[in-house]
Design a protein around this ligand. Structure first.
Ligand code: FES
Length: 152
């Protein structure tokens, strides 16, 4: 039985197994490769997507658990917070290798939507689940502060 999956406002019928992690449905079945595989066990944040607006690790979430949810991937991000984060990321030249960045941006936008004026502690707490092997944490923090200030 196919599952009905709403991704970035579009409904897809997918025939993957119920326990297939959402990450693989997105990447392999729907060919949305902006969401990355890092650890596969919910520890690194590279696979972060929004499920009903909440930043969520898609590598450890079975398809059956999200069949009734609205999923947003990096490909479907829009709105004031997304634009602010994208612009700040460019201004601060945040990425190094870039692999973790879609997950970082998904978490950063979720933070600003929940808290438009975060202090450093808020930023560190919200971003602590997103690991960057290049160590771009200082630039990420500065870019989020900058993005917050640029929001209306
Ligand atoms: Fe999902 Fe690392 S790949 S948290």
């Amino acid at each position: 039985m196919p599952y009905s999956l709403s991704v970035n406002g579009q409904v897809h019928l997918v025939e993957d197994e119920a326990q297939t992690p959402l990450l693989w449905v997105l990447r392999d079945t729907l060919k949305m490769t902006g969401t990355k595989y890092g650890c596969g066990v919910g520890q690194c944040g590279a696979c972060t997507v929004h499920v009903d607006g909440q930043p969520t690790r898609s590598c450890s979430l079975p398809l059956i658990a999200v069949a009734e949810s609205e999923i947003t991937t990096i490909e479907g991000m829009s709105g004031a917070e997304t634009r602010a984060v994208q612009d700040a990321w460019v201004r601060h030249d945040v990425p190094q290798c870039g692999f973790c960045q879609s997950g970082q941006i998904m978490s950063a936008v979720a933070l600003l939507r929940a808290n438009p004026a975060p202090d450093d502690r808020d930023i560190d707490t919200s971003m602590s689940g997103n690991i960057c092997r290049c160590g771009t944490y200082n630039r990420i923090r500065a870019a989020i502060r900058d993005a917050a200030q640029s929001l209306p």
